[in-house]
Design a protein. Structure first.
Length: 102
């Protein structure tokens, strides 16, 4: 249960970082945009066909994305605890030196 909870928290953090990064990028692009009116005055066309605001996607996309990232986080946490944590614990207790001396 501990690994599942950690994986869900990891997935939530990764998704929050992605969302904040996306909003911040859009905000900064909008804030620092300076249109070049003189060169675009000669090239006039209808913007309704060229610009789309927003994105339409299925809500299931976000659920499946959250679950996929949670599974990847769970695999990484399990791998870390299985392989690396045991080696660190053996090194701290001196069991690695006992195995080498035999």
């Amino acid at each position: 249960m501990k690994i599942i909870l950690q994986a869900i928290i990891g997935s939530l953090l990764i998704h929050l970082i992605y969302i904040v990064y996306t909003f911040l990028g859009g905000y900064l692009k909008t804030k620092y945009y300076t249109p070049d009116i003189t060169s675009t005055w000669d090239n006039v066309y209808v913007l309704q066909n060229e610009v789309a605001f927003g994105m339409v996607s299925s809500p299931f996309f976000y659920v499946f994305s959250f679950l996929k990232v949670a599974i990847i986080c769970a695999i990484l946490i399990f791998t870390y605890e299985k392989w690396f944590k045991n080696k660190v614990r053996c090194f701290k207790t001196g069991q690695i030196n006992k195995k080498r001396n035999k």
